[in-house]
Write a protein that binds this ligand. Sequence first.
Ligand code: FES
Ligand code: FES
Length: 158
Amino acid sequence: MPEPLSINLKVNDKPVSVRTEPARSLLEVLREDLQLTGTKYGCGEGACGACSVLVDGKKTFSCSMSIEEMNGKSIMTIEGLARGETLHPAQQAFLEAEAFQCGYCTPGLIIGTVALLNRKPKPNDDEIKDALNGHLCRCCGYARICGAVRKAGELSTT
Ligand code: FES
Ligand code: FES
């Protein structure tokens, strides 16, 4: 068993230090050590998108990254998007478009939307589909999900 290491990173703009076995996944540490349970475990093998977070602004499947690789990085989870009582435009858009049923895939999809809008503030439909490729929704609300991403683009530029 490898020795525990101290890993220093930023999570939702706050410096965090965790002492942990280095091969544990970022997802595990977020949920179990930092109690940030908005990021979901779906497949555990990079195939569903439920565990998406931003790592230095880039969408990343947290189930597939070891915590050791996160030393010095800046992580944004779904809990870090709102500013006080004001939701991020992507969160607001998913609410307004009613783009969820059980909601299990929603945090990952919202993070995927934020990553897309950071690159493309007004994405077209092909760019939306491309960005959300790899996110699975078992409730099959894909039309509404695409509508929510379009709306997020509108809200974030108004
Ligand atoms: S839980 Fe990470 S991609 Fe499915
Ligand atoms: S809303 Fe249920 S998995 Fe997407």
